[in-house]
Design a protein around this ligand. Structure first.
Ligand SMILES: CSCCC(=O)C(=O)COP(=O)(O)O
Ligand SMILES: [Mg+2]
Length: 248
């Protein structure tokens, strides 16, 4: 059985549930500040992704991603200028398109290596993830950011290299985060019963999809507005910080 303790309340899941064998966490808004993603990473990609794509368009990896953009946009004849315009539009819309997320990861690599920024991870997330890892819980990441981008954020984090905490990473190549089948696919890939997995996120639709797939869920709602919205849904335990989550 899993027990979650919120700020002022103590919530015990009503149904007996299996012990949590693995925790799967979202990044943006959950382990890491939304502002870091939207005010540091996204503007950096907005500036450097177009020249990056132009400079590397002939290289096999980038050429394949350009082709993926044409396919996803249903514009098979789009020239390079048009592909870049599509990518800029997707960035402005925060579209979770796999070729865009992959390209962003390639662009951010230089920013992390050059020391332009470090990956933000909340203190409570670091301390709790470390405690769970010490307790031999398997930890995984599931984010719309590419696996390469996820590894960069945790390798070049504010707290140093945290990448060893995680046993694996999932991105949109396994499916969108609001789709139930993505969580079933993750459980199958991990060889675990969905009910023995706990998914942490700040987005209700993602948690609903995970719960529909049979996973245990917890809504990490870091500000009061989100906490109010989260509590109103009444579907998921709600915490303000990783330190409020107790795995049993
Ligand atoms: C992990 S890289 C930065 C995050 C990102 O690109 C993104 O789209 C955020 O998605 P999430 O699923 O972590 O909310
Ligand atoms: Mg999120």
């Amino acid at each position: 059985m899993s027990e979650f303790m919120g700020d002022n309340d103590r919530l015990r899941l009503e149904e007996p549930t299996p012990d949590v064998r693995a925790v799967i966490t979202d990044i943006e808004g959950t382990t890491s500040d939304i502002a870091f993603v939207h005010e540091v990473l996204f503007p950096y990609a907005r500036d450097y992704l177009p020249p990056f794509v132009r400079a590397h368009a002939q290289e096999p990896t980038v050429a394949a991603l350009i082709e993926d953009v044409r396919t996803e946009a249903d514009e098979p004849d789009a020239d390079l200028d048009r592909v870049i315009t599509i990518l800029e539009k997707w960035m402005d819309e925060d579209r979770k398109a796999t070729p865009l997320k992959t390209l962003q990861g390639l662009v951010w690599e230089k920013g992390y290596i050059d020391g332009d920024f470090t990956g933000h991870v909340y203190d409570d997330a670091v301390a709790t993830l470390q405690a769970w890892a010490d307790d031999r819980r398997a930890l995984y990441v599931y984010s719309s950011g590419s696996v390469a981008a996820q590894k960069l954020l945790f390798t070049y984090s504010d707290h140093g290299d945290l990448s060893d905490l995680f046993s694996g990473y999932f991105d949109t190549r396994i499916g969108g985060k609001k789709k139930m089948r993505s969580y079933k696919a993750i459980a199958a890939e991990l060889g675990e019963l969905p009910a023995s997995l706990l998914f942490l996120s700040d987005v209700g639709e993602e948690l609903d999809a995970a719960a529909n797939a049979g996973l245990q869920t917890c809504w990490v709602a870091r500000d009061e507005n989100t906490q109010e919205k989260a509590r109103m849904s009444e579907r998921h335990p709600v915490v303000a910080s990783f330190e409020d989550i107790e795995l049993i």
